[in-house]
Design a protein around this ligand. Sequence first.
Ligand SMILES: [Zn+2]
Length: 124
Amino acid sequence: MWDRKQGGTTVAKINRIRTFAMALIFIGIFIMYIAIFVFSDSPILMSIAMIIGFLSVISSSLVYLWIGMKSTQTLQVICPNCEKQTKILGRVDACMHCDEPLTLDPKLEGKELDARYNRKNFQQ
Ligand SMILES: [Zn+2]
């Protein structure tokens, strides 16, 4: 999940899941749009595309629901960098506003953040 080592910027997990859910909605609408305007001559293709598009939108709603449930398990903290309230999901996460890396574990403070720290059985 942590992509800093791959050269990307750090993004809070909840923000990333929201982006994914948002993308699913657009993909679903796009597929349904194609179903209506491209496959209008073929009822079978149109039905299949409509079902895929519909399922995409439905799964997006489920992802949103899941984020909502996950959000209740997060810890609310004040970001030391931008001083706004943010949420931490797991042991290591990034600030939702400024993407400052945050950790709950004092042992990891100042260390290079790594997705491995989110695994419970990680041996240092
Ligand atoms: Zn921040």
